[in-house]
Design a protein around this ligand. Structure first.
Ligand code: PHE
Length: 356
């Protein structure tokens, strides 16, 4: 009995799979199994023999049955583990490739412009879209009753009483010039991209649009630096070797002298094309910062001078990507966004390519 017990316990512990285990069970405890055979012989024994063999045999039978059951569970657990390992599947993966939306051309172009100016050492500043009259007008040398205030088609915010400062939706990004001077002092080299507002509406004007302001102040800055920066910027932005720009003498209260810059283009068949044709599209205003503006920013205009510019982001986006109507930019038509939008993970850089 002891031999049977040792043999079967050993074989059970070594059984490789459930089939081998079942064979063992049949061989030990099946109808013709070795232990069963022993049980049968009990009948031929004397009562005394039976009394000592019977319980011992029963105990052996129970012991083997328990060992078989335990091994069976262990084997099926191991089999399940192996199957789970083999059938591994990432259920979080999407079953179908899915578009997660596109980057709006205004965001794309803002990134492109930022990448170009970053390369020239300009950092990015921001200012609020709701501005006080002081920042939007007065500090920029546009006093009360100056015609420029009316020209800008300003949206004014309601006031509860006359003691509150008058607030406007900023009509340009130029107020950030003042905020940047207050925050950084001189010398300084910043750009500020952002939304601006004017009551105006046609295919190149929307009541909300975007500009990028630029401001550089130092002790030795001239109009020549301004021109170079703008020409380099325009070539980099449009990704061309040369551009046809027209610096037109103009007037802004906050710069002296001032210029507006137009770029040569054509409007054939409602398609806007760059660098050819007899049309000019105004893309920016610029000039040497007026001494009064530098003083309003808390900087000594006897020591520092500089240039400023304001580029229409939407305008240059239309030109670069051939979008004829600015109004479509802000209508939120998903078909337009799919068509003109950009892949979400392509961040524009000078070296990696602006608009791949
Ligand atoms: N703020 C001007 C505009 O909105 C543009 C500009 C900016 C002109 C800076 C000169 C210098 O039209």
């Amino acid at each position: 009995m002891e031999e049977l017990r040792a043999k079967y316990l050993q074989q059970i512990s070594e059984a490789a799979d459930e089939i081998a285990l079942e064979e063992l069970r049949v061989r030990a405890l099946g109808k013709k199994g070795e232990v069963t055979q022993q049980m049968r012989q009990l009948g031929a024994m004397s009562p005394d023999e039976r009394r000592s063999f019977g319980p011992a045999l029963n105990k052996l039978k129970d012991e083997l049955a328990t060992a078989l059951a335990a091994k069976k569970i262990a084997l099926s657990d191991a089999a399940l583990d192996a199957r789970l390992k083999g059938e591994w599947l990432d259920v979080t993966l999407p079953s179908r490739a899915r578009r997660i939306g596109t980057v709006h051309p205004v965001s794309q172009v803002t990134e492109e412009v930022t990448a170009i100016f970053a390369e020239m050492g300009f950092t990015v500043e921001q200012g609020p879209r709701i501005e006080t009259e002081w920042y939007n007008f007065d500090a920029l040398n546009i006093p009360d009753h100056h015609p420029a205030r009316a020209e800008m088609d300003t949206f004014y915010l309601c006031r509860e009483n006359d003691d509150q400062p008058l607030r406007v939706l900023r009509t340009h990004t130029s107020p950030v010039q003042i905020r940047a001077m207050e925050k950084i002092g001189a010398p300084l080299r910043i750009i500020c991209p952002g939304g601006v507002y004017r009551a105006d509406y046609d295919h190149t004007h929307t009541p909300m649009f975007h500009q990028v302001e630029g401001l550089a102040l130092d002790t030795d800055i001239s109009m020549a630096n301004l021109k170079w920066v703008l020409i380099e910027f325009t070539k980099a932005f449009f990704e061309v070797e040369s551009v046809d720009l027209r610096f037109r003498a103009s007037h802004f209260p906050f710069t002296e002298p001032s210029a507006e810059v137009d770029i040569r283009c054509s409007w054939d068949d409602g398609k806007l094309k760059l660098g050819e044709g007899d049309d000019w599209l105004e893309i920016l205003g610029c000039g040497m910062v007026h001494p009064k503006v530098i003083a309003a920013g808390g900087i000594d205009p006897e020591v520092y001078q500089g240039f400023a510019f304001g580029v229409g982001i939407d305008r240059i986006a239309m030109l670069k990507y051939g979008m004829p109507d600015l109004r479509a930019f802000f209508e939120g038509d998903v078909r337009w966004l799919r068509h003109f939008g950009f892949a979400p993970l392509d961040v524009p850089t000078i070296h990696g390519g602006l608009s791949r």
